[in-house]
Design a protein around this ligand. Structure first.
Ligand code: ADE
Ligand code: ZN
Length: 316
């Protein structure tokens, strides 16, 4: 079982039942008749079709208590999956953009993450800038979070890869680095291998989220392997968002054989049919991964985590 999860969007752990409960608590009108109607929408043709529903459902998250409950529910489920260290993504701009104060979001999430110890889980918070919004807004968001003294582990970049250039986000990533924060970015999920080159060279990220399309570029594969840049791969997400046709077509085994530092993660487990344990189970079955490959995946997770040596030794 995986000890480490490095690619999970907290908002992507918002289960349909919690959406309905929070809608009632906050008197938010949803365009769904009931839970079954909501569930019937969980069929996606590409990343954007998912993002539309994902952002829309966030309307129910309004107070610090909501963010606290969302985070607590994730920690409980992650513990069940055997997770002992989780670095979670938070799309702060998806909330400030609809009038929720950043402090409200951060208070709710961090007060819940602080209880991670009760679940035997160490945690880190990575604010993910939204790539469909201007780079200047990413920078302003980080400036506000720094003013609030938000306990950040790092910054990331997500949402659609197809409509902007990584260079727009360089000022935000530079500021993050100046404050000692780690840097990761989604790339090579829907977008071409060039996007992976760009986040490495321009944003100087330490890990690439997804990165499966790097496999189309042998020179890039060699670089990622030589530099041991971790790729946080999310198999069930790739199937549900049609990055690959079926789990049996997933390139994870080929990636391991190419010497890439691959880790298995859940991305948006409430939307894609499983948490990290289920991702690992399904990909191991479909690709007939043996004990050695499973051990490599687990070790890769520990190697790739942003933890100190003492914690890394405990997780190994
Ligand atoms: N935001 C949440 N999930 C995402 C994904 N799979 N790709 C890009 N942005 C996301
Ligand atoms: Zn993601």
């Amino acid at each position: 079982m995986p000890a480490v999860e490095l690619h999970v969007h907290l908002e992507g752990t918002l289960e349909p039942e919690l959406i309905m409960a929070l809608a009632e608590r906050n008197r938010v009108e949803l365009p769904y008749a009931d839970l079954d109607d909501l569930r019937s929408r969980y069929s996606f043709t590409d990343l954007q079709s998912f993002l539309d529903l994902y952002y829309a459902n966030m309307a129910v998250l309004r107070t610090a208590e909501d963010f606290h409950d969302l985070t607590t529910a994730y920690l409980a489920r992650a513990r069940e999956a055997g997770v002992r260290h989780a670095e979670v993504f938070l799309d702060v701009q998806a909330h400030t953009g609809r009038g929720i104060r950043a402090a409200e979001v951060i208070d709710g999430v961090t007060s819940a993450l602080a209880t991670g110890g009760d679940h035997g889980i160490t945690t880190g918070l990575i604010v993910t800038f939204l790539r469909h919004l201007p780079g200047a807004e990413a920078l302003a968001t980080l400036q506000e979070l720094l003013t609030l003294d938000a306990p950040l582990l790092g910054v990331g970049l997500c949402s659609t890869e197809l409509t902007s250039h990584a260079s727009e986000f360089a000022p935000a990533f530079d500021l993050a680095r100046a404050h000692g924060l780690h840097a990761v970015a989604h790339a090579g999920e829907e977008g071409p291998p060039q996007n992976v080159w760009d986040v490495l060279d321009i944003l100087r990220v330490e890990r690439v989220d997804h990165g499966v399309r790097a496999m189309e570029d042998p020179v890039l594969v060699r670089r990622l392997a030589d530099e041991r840049v971790p790729l946080t791969v999310c198999p069930l997400s790739n199937v549900r968002l049609r990055v690959v046709d079926t789990i049996a077509d997933h390139p994870l085994r080929t990636m391991l054989e190419a010497g890439l530092v691959v880790t298995v993660n859940s991305d948006d487990p409430a939307y894609f049919g499983g948490y990290v344990d289920e991702n690992l189970r399904q990909v191991a079955d479909a690709l007939a991964l043996g004990p050695e490959e499973l051990l490599t995946l687990a070790r890769n997770g520990v190697e790739s985590a942003f933890v100190d040596d003492a914690r890394r030794a405990e997780l190994d």
